[in-house]
Design a protein around this ligand. Structure first.
Ligand code: SF4
Length: 210
């Protein structure tokens, strides 16, 4: 079985295992996901989901966040860690949304990367989840699983993993595959403990077991 065939088996097996490939950050509007993604850096999605209802109740629009006092914002987001830089980025990001994009989240990689605090990982998440565009979100789970399964070889650089997966994964499958990597990485192919290969739906296609 060549690498492309194995990749397709991985995609199909994960689809069966996790039929719903949903983002684990709660959101009902694009700009809220943009904020949540920034808060999720070095923080759990669970913690972010606890903070955002209060945050969005205090600041119910991009315009409100763009006008926020940074100290007030920092006080709210501090439980997510890196409070000062997250508050600064969120306010700066919303200011640019308001000033340049009429308060709307743009739908191109280039425009998203022009927003403060938005890197390729966040931009890919927005492109995939909000706009349904081809996306590869190279978070820690994606990088770990791609290496263990053998879709990439000893590659930890997110941009290179993204490039290699884009060459391997059909464009319409990438975004959901990455969500499923997160679910599988939390449940079975974990970072802290040994991966639970015996219970893994990918064991017949994973390089660790071939
Ligand atoms: S077989 Fe093991 S290493 Fe491979 S994906 Fe499954 S749990 Fe991870």
């Amino acid at each position: 079985m060549d690498l492309r065939e194995r990749t397709m088996h991985v995609i199909e097996s994960l689809k069966q295992e996790y039929p719903l490939a949903l983002c684990t950050l709660d959101h009902d509007q694009a700009w809220k996901l943009l904020v949540s993604v920034r808060l999720a850096a070095q923080c759990t999605d669970e913690r972010v989901n606890q903070i955002t209802p209060g945050l969005f109740s205090a600041y119910p629009s991009p315009q409100a966040l763009a006008r926020a006092e940074e100290d007030d914002l920092e006080r709210i987001v501090r439980p997510c860690g890196l409070g000062r830089s997250k508050a600064r980025d969120i306010r700066g990001c919303m200011q640019r949304l308001v000033d340049v994009f009429d308060g709307r989240v743009p739908d191109t990689m280039e425009e998203l990367l022009s927003l403060p605090g938005v890197g390729r990982k966040s931009a890919n998440l927005i492109l995939g989840d909000i706009f349904g565009k081809p996306a590869i979100v190279t978070d820690t789970h994606c990088i770990r699983l791609s290496n263990r399964i053998g879709l990439v070889k000893n590659e930890r650089d997110p941009a290179k993993v993204e490039r290699e997966l884009r060459a391997l994964v059909p464009p319409e499958e990438g975004n959901d595959l990455c969500h499923r990597f997160v679910l599988h990485g939390r449940r079975i192919c974990t970072a802290r403990k040994n991966p639970d290969c015996l219970r893994c739906c990918l064991k017949n296609f994973c390089e660790r077991n071939l």
